[in-house]
Design a binder for this molecule. Structure first.
Ligand SMILES: *[C@@H]1O[C@H](CO)[C@@H](O)[C@H](O)[C@H]1NC(C)=O
Ligand SMILES: *[C@@H]1O[C@H](CO)[C@@H](O)[C@H](O)[C@H]1NC(C)=O
Ligand SMILES: *[C@@H]1O[C@H](CO)[C@@H](O)[C@H](O)[C@H]1NC(C)=O
Ligand SMILES: *[C@@H]1O[C@H](CO)[C@@H](O)[C@H](O)[C@H]1NC(C)=O
Ligand SMILES: *[C@@H]1O[C@H](CO)[C@@H](O)[C@H](O)[C@H]1NC(C)=O
Ligand SMILES: *[C@@H]1O[C@H](CO)[C@@H](O)[C@H](O)[C@H]1NC(C)=O
Ligand SMILES: *[C@@H]1O[C@H](CO)[C@@H](O)[C@H](O)[C@H]1NC(C)=O
Ligand SMILES: *[C@@H]1O[C@H](CO)[C@@H](O)[C@H](O)[C@H]1NC(C)=O
Ligand SMILES: *[C@@H]1O[C@H](CO)[C@@H](O)[C@H](O)[C@H]1NC(C)=O
Length: 559
């Protein structure tokens, strides 16, 4: 990026100086953050935000020699551009001018005096318009008397961003998908490229990257805390403490981002080659540090395993079919070409004319990045199931606390095995597909082990009892050392009260007669979690159900 020198005061004769002051005063505003009607800035001059973090002026990106008007960081070494006005119509030569035109709009004029860009807002009072570069990096065109209120603006760059999303920028979440940001064509060409990034409100808001009209990546549904499909580390270091989806006084829903430390410089960008990048300026290295970049691995590529396929991050192989489904093109699938996805092995009863065989049912698939294109309903968990059951075109449902009842019709798209913040989805299957052979086997094994254990225990106790009886009978004096020591936790006074953390899990036990086995008590666990109360539940993300004071982890590991 070529740096432009700021206008500097040179040594000039006093008369000339006074003369220019007289005639040029209205145009002299190098150290100001605003421009009013009649004022303009030429190539080489800048407007700066009052904290001097951002500047507005002419620049040439990368290897280009064309001139563009844009906003960029000002007082750091890397003057990254965050917004471009005339991105589709560059100016050749350095005679361009930025001004407020007769109609009150912000305009870029080339050396021939032709209009190359306009803010095209409807301006109420064209003689009293001011444009101001705010400390947030927002360029605000408004009436003279409301320059501090972005909500009153005629036009603002935050509502017309290019490829960069900044803290404090509000994205309106409407009823249809919005492509808010569009990538540059290349590092040297800010004209709109192949990629866009925005929000799809369907089901629950998701951030999506599109390559032209095709989806390339999605964040997963907003679950009230974070975007549920973003890999764990990224989610917890960036999303949880930044993004917010909230209704505002105008009754509309907005996505905003506020960093935990407002003095940090943070930006999100859709790069020219199609990646979402979150970067933070590192004061000590004086460089932008990439905090996260998406899509970051195979499974993050949209629908990598095809419809009804499931992608397992860093799994080998990455792709498998949902239970009850099989590869549609087995030869391609075996070669690692998964795009064809999977198809249903046995047709659903509700799809067939004859009604022999059992009823269709649902199979719970845990820890998934839920499929795309959900329809959302207000319903209880039971009603959610019924709603899906009653409509043959419903292929799956999920009930998520913060979202509600989600239903999917038709193909299940872009499903990922997501251990960290996944949800349980219930997939509709034909009766014959419902048996889970591996888990049935596992159940059998567990039952056998438990039975064997019980038998062993019973025999041991019986033998001990026999032994004791025999000892008592044969020996007249038996020392207490030979008494069998038994700890019965149910006699402990600790377990029902005040357990403030894992460090306090000291178990006091009373000694009674019986086998040497701690009798673990369900009440203990229940009281520690306040009867598994909803209040003590921290979330169903992470590693399953997470409870406060004590932590119970049900890891999302499938048998
Ligand atoms: C500018 O050109 C050089 C040499 O062709 C190239 O290595 C570099 O990547 C280019 N920079 C940009 C931003 O396109
Ligand atoms: C002015 O117009 C001429 C002819 O249309 C064009 O060749 C030239 O590039 C223009 N100059 C600028 C600075 O845009
Ligand atoms: C705007 O300003 C111009 C020039 O100063 C003046 O001729 C015109 O009457 C003004 N218009 C309004 C609506 O005040
Ligand atoms: C708007 O503000 C500018 C700068 O403060 C001033 O020069 C101009 O006269 C004002 N216009 C009106 C119509 O108040
Ligand atoms: C980085 O440095 C700037 C300038 O010295 C300072 O204003 C800012 O607070 C620093 N930011 C952080 C996060 O330390
Ligand atoms: C954009 O799409 C066109 C046409 O598909 C392709 O030729 C070009 O390489 C793509 N550019 C990038 C940066 O992916
Ligand atoms: C800045 O970069 C240095 C060196 O890579 C790193 O140790 C430090 O943690 C970074 N600072 C922040 C705030 O991330
Ligand atoms: C991948 O498989 C699909 C069918 O599922 C086929 O249409 C496509 O041509 C295959 N792609 C390659 C690169 O072989
Ligand atoms: C079943 O769901 C589909 C898709 O939402 C809908 O078009 C259709 O009307 C529903 N059928 C019934 C009987 O509710």
């Amino acid at each position: 990026m070529r740096l432009q020198r700021m206008i500097t005061m040179r040594r000039i004769p006093v008369t000339v100086f006074l003369f220019s002051l007289l005639f040029l005063a209205p145009f002299c505003h190098a150290a100001t953050d605003r421009l009013t009607k009649g004022q303009s800035i030429k190539d080489g001059e800048t407007l700066k935000s009052s904290d001097e973090n951002f500047e507005l002026g002419f620049f040439s990106p990368g290897n280009s020699t064309s001139r563009y008007v844009g906003i960029r960081y000002s007082n750091i070494q890397d003057h990254a551009v965050i917004w471009v006005a005339n991105r589709e119509k560059p100016i050749s030569g350095t005679d361009g001018v930025l001004r407020i035109g007769e109609d009150g709009n912000l305009q870029v004029i080339d050396g021939n005096g032709s209009l190359v860009w306009s803010s095209k807002a409807s301006v109420a009072s064209s003689n009293a318009t001011t444009v101001r570069l705010d400390i947030t990096g927002n360029l605000i065109l408004s009436s003279n008397d409301s320059t501090d209120d972005a909500d009153e603006a005629y036009w603002q760059s935050f509502n017309n961003p290019t490829d960069t999303y900044l803290p404090n920028m509000k994205v309106l979440i409407g009823s249809a998908e919005i492509h808010v940001l569009s990538s540059w064509k290349s590092a040297s060409d800010p004209s709109p490229g192949n990629f866009t990034m925005g929000v799809d409100p369907r089901g629950a808001p998701q951030i999506v990257i599109w390559e032209q009209s095709r989806r390339r990546w999605r964040s997963g549904h907003w679950n009230g805390i974070l975007f549920s499909g973003v890999p764990y580390m990224a989610a917890f270091t960036t999303y949880q403490y930044g993004f917010k989806v909230s209704g505002e006084s105008d009754g509309k829903l907005y996505l905003t981002y506020n960093p935990s430390d407002p003095s940090e410089l943070i930006k999100f960008q859709i790069t020219w080659n199609g990646f979402e990048e979150q970067k933070r300026w590192n004061n000590s290295t004086q460089a932008w540090q990439v905090m996260q970049s998406q899509p970051s691995e195979d499974c993050e590529n949209y629908n990598y395993c095809g419809n009804f396929g499931v992608c397992t991050p860093s799994g080998s192989p990455r792709c498998s079919c949902l239970q009850g489904f099989e590869p549609r093109h087995p030869d391609q699938w075996r070669l690692g070409n998964w795009s064809g996805g999977c198809g249903r092995r046995s047709p659903l009863q509700c799809q067939r004319s004859s009604s022999n065989g059992g009823e269709d049912g649902f199979k719970a698939v845990r820890c998934t990045k839920l499929p795309d294109f959900a329809d959302k309903y207000r319903a209880t968990s039971d009603d959610c199931k019924k709603r899906c059951e009653n409509n043959c075109s419903c292929t799956a449902y999920a009930y998520v606390d913060a979202i509600g009842c989600m239903l999917w019709n038709g193909d299940l798209t872009d499903v990922q095995n997501h251990i960290q913040s996944g949800n349980t989805m219930h997939v509709r299957l034909a009766y014959s597909e419902l048996g889970d052979h591996s888990s049935r086997m596992a159940t059998h094994v567990i039952v056998l082990i438990v039975l064997a254990g019980l038998a062993f225990l019973a025999i041991s106790v019986w033998l001990l009892w026999l032994l004791r009886k025999k000892l008592k009978a044969t020996s007249a004096s038996v020392s207490t050392n030979h008494e069998l020591q038994v700890y019965d936790l149910s006699k402990s006074k600790e377990y029902t009260t005040d357990i403030s953390g894992p460090g306090d899990l000291v178990i006091e036990a009373s000694q009674v007669n019986g086998p040497d086995l701690p009798m673990f008590n369900f009440n203990y666990v229940a009281s520690a979690t306040d009867n598994f109360s909803e209040e003590n539940k921290l979330g169903e993300g992470g590693f399953g159900l997470v409870y406060k004071v004590n932590i119970l982890c049900y890891t999302c590991i499938r048998m």
